[in-house]
Design a protein around this ligand. Sequence first.
Ligand SMILES: NC(=O)c1ccc[n+]([C@@H]2O[C@H](COP(=O)([O-])OP(=O)(O)OC[C@H]3O[C@@H](n4cnc5c(N)ncnc54)[C@H](OP(=O)(O)O)[C@@H]3O)[C@@H](O)[C@H]2O)c1
Length: 293
Amino acid sequence: MIAITGATGNIGSKIAETLLSEGQRVRCIARSREKLAALADRGAEVQSLSLADTKALTQALSGVEALFAMIPPNYQAPDFLAYQEMVGTSLVRAIQAAGVRYVVNLSSIGAHLPDKTGPIRGLHAQEQRLNQVEGLHLVHLRPTYFMENLLASVPLIQSMNIMGSAIRADLPMPMIATRDIAAVAARRLAQNDFSGQTVVELLGQRDLTMAEVARIVGRKIDRPDLNYVQFSYADTRKALVDMGFSDDVADLFVEMSRAFNEELIQGHRTPRNTTETSFEDFAPVFVRLLHGR
Ligand SMILES: NC(=O)c1ccc[n+]([C@@H]2O[C@H](COP(=O)([O-])OP(=O)(O)OC[C@H]3O[C@@H](n4cnc5c(N)ncnc54)[C@H](OP(=O)(O)O)[C@@H]3O)[C@@H](O)[C@H]2O)c1
């Protein structure tokens, strides 16, 4: 049995679909029963629970050989690192109590660093917590910046014909489609071919600057004049709070943007950590969102 946390999210849902199509026995974990229903229809066992509920999570992990473990985002958390610690500790306790032996842990690029990386600090701490579980075979997936993050610019494209964030326009950055992360995770979970503690960085198809991203999106959506604008850290913080993020989460996201801009967070590209989906392959989702097709 393979269990998937965050099973209705970007990555978890794609892992579940892949494993179900291969005929694997899959147990999907998330809170919303409604969203889980689609996976149940496809043959998954489903468990509706909060990862903070260690007792329920331990029961849901009973009989599980391999687990995809993630700490989901909670952008309203007043103290985001404390939230990550609470969910991360609950996951580790349940893994130990249920005797799960193989875990693919969703971490992040930059998780080797203990500090100055915003929300990635909590993923660094989670790697350390899992590493201390005796006898556990672990793969820490460290994907780079998700291409899906760029969809947050859709309202800006509609209202101001720009894309924007706090990231420098000219910074070459690895970017990955979540389907590529899911493909690697599904393969590792199905094969159970790892032992000890392994780190796997995942860097997408190539590095891109935000200026290039805007040019590619502009061509796809017939707005060749679409430009990327780098926002100040103060404006970014305010925009995040206006969107409903807590003050603490907004501060952490600004800290992470700064860490990218100052090249503190960097990938080291090799053929092994380069994945398939190009930004050109991903970009049609902008056409669907902006033109409804
Ligand atoms: N964005 C990036 O560039 C980036 C880069 C590297 C790593 N990451 C990592 O990737 C993670 C996000 O992955 P994703 O995009 O696949 O997630 P996502 O699409 O936001 O999905 C979150 C999933 O977790 C479930 N969930 C949320 N809170 C829960 C709770 N308290 N208990 C149980 N289930 C809960 C959600 O379903 P319900 O709401 O129904 O429970 C959903 O299935 C981040 O948290 C970060 O750690 C992100």
